[in-house]
Design a protein around this ligand. Structure first.
Ligand code: PLP
Length: 378
């Protein structure tokens, strides 16, 4: 396969199909470079940078059609830092976690490790399959991912049947937010980072908090629990209300994100983004149906992600050789999640990825698989 050359005419206009960091549109980069010396290299406590934070907060509120009382909160450290912020500021005593892959398991581990919390309840399912949270009177928070990026499984966002109002729903929407529709009223903390559907850079976390979550964070902050300031959601909330972050943010990350949110709104908002990712991921699923060498890793069609498609490759074909060949032709980051250890392709279709590029990628994969087949003929 090393000597195979893919004709330029087949290649997509943009070869970035990674699950995060993910492609940044050229228009976002242009907007970033157009930022003058009144923004880059200036204080984040002054109006020019605060205006960018305000664009992010107001843009997200519009994109998600946030109900009265829901607030957009920001902090540094990415979604991984938010897990610890949730452990310190949102979980009162015990949480329940649906664990279906690497990311969901990491949050569960943080909760299990906190000396001031009781052992979390874990609902575990095999990678590639879905599971749902279950009513449990002894937990005060339910946690699951909207999209488990390591396996390509997508879960519905609905409050567990029989759940009480004071039991918070914490949704890891890191790769789903902005690409998959949801009902904010079904969530209390809907958190994410900007390097996936928002086509920005990493190291920031954003969370949409419900009035119940804000109340819980306030009550815990007033208790005798010690909370590191960087992980305090009440501190993050106070700063966010002033369009700031506790400590210095990456201004470029915020600027790229503001551009992407406004672009999505101009295209038709979350309904548009949801339709687009359905359509682009649908092309990949339909392609998998056509190719005998390719099988969707997620067997239940209802659980297949709109934004991260995982496709197993027949064991007689080395998927790593395919991803390596494509990488040499500028098509990058379609390797599977490393720890999953499968002979697989993982292709992200975030809103920035147009149908035309997915069609080209499929054309390239057809070309490569057909060439392998011919070479294998006796
Ligand atoms: C990428 C990802 C994370 C980690 O995000 P960071 O910003 O790198 O901390 C967490 N959860 C999910 C579902 C992800 O896709």
């Amino acid at each position: 396969m090393d000597s195979l050359h893919i004709p330029d005419s087949l290649l997509p206009a943009d070869g970035r199909f990674g699950s995060g960091p993910s492609r940044v549109r050229q228009e976002q980069m242009d907007a970033l470079f157009a930022l003058g010396p009144d923004v880059m290299g200036t204080s984040h406590r002054q109006a020019p940078v605060k205006r960018i934070v305000a664009r992010v907060r107001e843009g997200l509120a519009a994109l998600f059609s946030l109900p009265e009382g829901y607030e957009v909160v920001l902090g540094n450290g990415g979604s991984t830092a938010f897990w610890d912020a949730a452990v310190f500021s949102l979980i009162q005593e015990r949480s329940q976690h649906v664990v279906l892959g690497e990311f969901s398991s990491k949050f569960a581990q943080e909760s299990a490790g906190a000396p001031f919390l009781s052992e979390p309840r874990i609902i575990r399912t095999e990678p590639g399959t879905a599971a749902a949270a279950q009513a449990d009177d002894e937990v005060d928070a339910f946690a699951w991912p909207q999209n488990e990026t390591s396996t390509g499984v997508m879960l519905p966002i609905v409050r567990p049947e029989g759940a009480r109002e004071d039991q918070l729903v914490l949704i890891d929407a890191t790769s789903a937010a902005g690409g998959i529709a949801f009902d904010p009223l079904a969530t209390d903390a809907y958190y994410f980072a900007p390097q996936k559907s928002f086509a920005s850079d990493g190291a920031l976390w954003c969370a949409v908090l419900s009035p119940a979550a804000i109340e819980r964070a306030g009550a815990i902050a007033a208790s005798d629990r010690w909370i590191p300031e960087i992980l305090s959601l009440t501190t993050a909330l106070e700063n966010s209300r002033k369009d700031q972050t506790l400590n210095t943010p990456a201004i470029a990350t915020l600027a790229l994100m503001a551009e992407q949110i406004e672009w999505m709104l101009a295209q038709g908002g979350l309904a548009w983004a949801d339709a687009r990712t359905r359509s682009t991921s649908g092309l990949l699923h339909a392609w998998a149906d056509r190719r005998p060498e390719i099988t969707p890793f997620v067997t239940d069609p209802a659980a297949r992600s709109q934004v991260v498609t995982t496709l197993d490759v027949d064991d007689r074909i080395d998927a790593e050789a395919i991803t390596g060949l494509l990488r040499r032709h500028g098509i990058v980051d379609i390797e599977p999640y490393r720890k999953l250890g499968r002979n697989q392709l993982r292709i992200a279709t975030f809103p920035a990825v147009p149908e035309s590029d997915v069609q080209s990628l499929i054309g390239v994969l057809d070309y490569v698989l057909d060439a392998i087949e011919v070479a294998a003929q006796p």
